[in-house]
Design a protein around this ligand. Structure first.
Ligand code: G3P
Ligand code: MG
Length: 248
């Protein structure tokens, strides 16, 4: 059965990478959540997409140059007033730490895909910090680490040989099996375009693909037909609806 993962929580409807977005996605019944992490100046693992806080908060600056306390002064929810479900309550939403997300998820067995955003900033020590946080707050849930930067995943596997690692691809590679084997990848996380381009050639490994970011109804339905491992979507509620439709 294809799993449904909420991309940056439920970013089509709620502020991306926010506690309110994660909570709504789990309450909608997602199998998993995708989120992005960076390292602050004082070594905190923070859940945010970009290298700077400019686009998604009312502050500015690079995460690597800011402490967690400085980042905490800004609102993330207030930047998403264009979304139809916006309420003033969102203004209180701050950029969460990874630990805060895990504490929020404690009552749920939701899988978690942690995307390590190391392809621009090196964030030395990020993998160790994330591994420690998961050891303390992971609560036994399935964790999948993904990155566009393959050496980061190799490092994560060195730190924790049990870690599930997934290479993020927005271009096709030849002989994907070789990568899966050589790097002990649990899966490949591929763009929607790559998934459709390679669907025939990669028939045998379709269950090992998590496909992002799948928002169009027709794409969701086709990928459900292809029985890919998971669909990562900004609209998890819609994807869950289509999947349930097939079951009834
Ligand atoms: O993990 C899938 C997807 O999130 C990768 O791209 O830029 O949305 O983090 P991005
Ligand atoms: Mg991501």
């Amino acid at each position: 059965m294809t799993k449904i993962y909420g991309h940056r929580g439920s970013m089509g409807t709620f502020p991306e990478n926010s506690l309110i977005g994660f909570l709504n996605a789990v309450e909608d019944g997602v199998d998993g959540l995708e989120l992005d992490v960076h390292l602050t100046k004082d070594g905190e693992v923070v859940v945010i997409h970009d290298e700077s806080i400019d686009r998604t908060t009312d502050g500015s600056g690079l995460i690597k140059d800011l402490t967690m306390e400085e980042i905490s002064q800004f609102s993330t929810g207030s930047r998403f007033s264009h979304l139809a479900s916006f309420t003033n309550e969102w203004r209180a939403e701050k950029v969460p730490t990874l630990q805060e997300v895990l504490e929020l998820l404690e009552p749920y067995d939701t899988e978690l895909n942690i995307e390590l955003k190391t392809y621009i900033e090196p964030y030395v020590g990020l993998e160790e910090r994330v591994n420690d946080i998961i050891a303390n707050y992971g609560n036994g849930r399935k964790i999948v680490y993904s990155s566009f930067h393959l050496p980061t995943l190799v490092n994560m596997k060195r730190i924790n040989p049990q870690a599930n690692i997934a290479w993020l691809l927005n271009h096709p590679v030849s002989r994907p099996d070789d990568y899966l084997e050589a790097f002990e990848l649990e899966s490949l996380h591929v763009s929607c375009k790559v998934a459709f381009q390679q669907a025939k050639k990669w028939k045998e490994i379709l269950p090992l693909l998590r496909v992002w970011t799948v928002n169009e109804s027709n794409d969701i339905k086709q990928l459900l037909d292809l029985r890919v491992g998971a669909i990562i979507t900004d609209y998890p509620e819609k994807a869950i609806f289509y999947r349930n439709e097939r079951r009834s």
